[in-house]
Ligand binder design. Structure first.
Ligand code: ATP
Ligand code: MN
Length: 355
């Protein structure tokens, strides 16, 4: 589960123009508006990431008008992402507080909301009993293949030691490419031996049990992925080949790019003898398969300091799939594929977050 609240340090505090009651704190790589005078640089704090939903208790009463949800906001022309509150416990910096504070992800339902969904007294009561006994249905799913990494990306603002990562990332290469982060859903396809596997973000899917997730199958058919992977696997003489990419289009998220039909864009590829094969291999695999990759936007020289503002500036752009809409952000990947992270465009969040 994502760590939504953790102990952090106030790294910096600076005034906000024309504001005398608030100031701008830096926590990790995040910029967060705080009450003026509440913190000193170096103080420990509780840091609540965007997408947190707080329990409805007295301490968070000031968040009622935001429905207890932490989102990207803009005040006095300044973007603020997260919530910072004082911390007087004895946990170390970085330690997780999500569970003990009862914080959940915005999209997760509280037990109250779960119960509310069942209409009628009897249905509610039955649901509560079943839940207590652990009898609520869980979908049967095959685990994601062990030999492939899931596609999750760290947010650049959460990387604790950016300097160290840059050093490792750029030992041999100082300039790293970045691609547009597309807002769709993650899919992984692989062939191992003679088995063709279709996976969502966290599971391998089976044709029978996952009828609702059929766009994964639809894309496989549309792009002939099984056949193409098997052919390339044979040519490369490897035991396993995989591709990972984003499915975008109508019916997926909000179809931001206003596409007419579903499309698949590759962002990663690998072979059994070189699981961490880098982005040059992504582009060559994309060409070999005749399946487009995510848009390659350029390359960036990583600074040897901890400031992320230059990367955030780069992330603020329109999509190259549709120039009229904002891009979700960018993904930066080291050439050897060992390090990668995402930089989400704050302007995209301001426009696209739900109430
Ligand atoms: P959500 O769960 O709301 O979709 P998210 O997309 O930010 O959040 P993360 O795991 O945090 O999810 O980000 C990584 C995801 O971004 C990958 O799983 C992949 O599906 C998607 N993605 C889109 N474009 C790219 C890209 N160019 N490079 C790598 N991953 C990408
Ligand atoms: Mn996504």
């Amino acid at each position: 589960m994502r760590s939504l609240v953790h102990v952090e340090l106030i790294k910096n505090l600076e005034p906000i123009k024309d504001a005398d009651r608030i100031e701008l704190a830096t926590v990790l790589g995040w910029q967060v508006i705080v009450k003026k005078g509440e913190f000193k640089i170096g103080d420990k704090c509780r840091f609540y990431e965007i997408d947190s939903k707080l329990p409805e208790i007295e301490e968070y009463e000031f968040m009622r008008k935001s429905k207890f949800k932490i989102k990207t906001m803009k005040m006095k022309g300044v973007i603020s992402q997260g919530l910072v509150l004082p911390y007087n416990g004895n946990k170390e910096v970085g330690e997780d507080l999500t569970k003990e504070l009862g914080v959940i992800h915005i999209e997760q339902e509280t037990p109250k909301e779960e119960i509310k969904k069942h209409k009628g007294f009897f249905a509610k009561w039955l649901f509560i009993i079943k839940k207590k006994l652990g009898l609520t249905p869980k979908p049967v799913r095959i685990p994601f293949p062990r030999f492939i990494k899931i596609t999750d990306q760290t947010r650049v603002q959460n990387i604790r030691d950016l300097k160290e990562m840059y050093k490792n990332m750029t030992k041999t290469y100082f300039i790293v490419p970045y691609t547009e982060k597309l807002d769709g859903c993650s899919a992984t396809y692989y062939v191992k031996g003679n088995h063709f596997g279709i996976c969502s973000r966290n599971f391998e899917l089976t044709r029978n049990a996952d009828g609702s997730t059929s766009h994964y199958f639809h894309i496989a058919e549309k792009y002939n992925i099984e056949e193409k992977l098997k052919a390339l696997k044979k040519k490369k003489e490897v035991d396993m080949i995989y591709v990972q990419g984003e499915i975008i289009g109508p019916g997926i998220q909000k179809n931001n790019y206003k596409l007419q039909s579903k499309e698949f864009r590759l962002f990663n590829a690998g072979y059994s003898d070189d699981l961490d094969c880098g982005c040059t291999s992504l582009f060559s695999t994309s060409e070999a398969l005749g399946i487009k990759s995510v848009p390659l936007l350029g390359s960036v020289e990583l600074p040897d300091f901890e400031d992320v503002s230059n990367l955030i500036k780069i992330s603020k752009r329109n999509s190259s799939l549709n120039k009229n809409v904002k891009a979700e952000g960018i993904v930066i990947r080291s050439i050897d594929n060992k390090y990668s992270f995402k930089v989400i465009n704050p302007d995209y969040l301001l426009e696209n977050q739900n109430d």
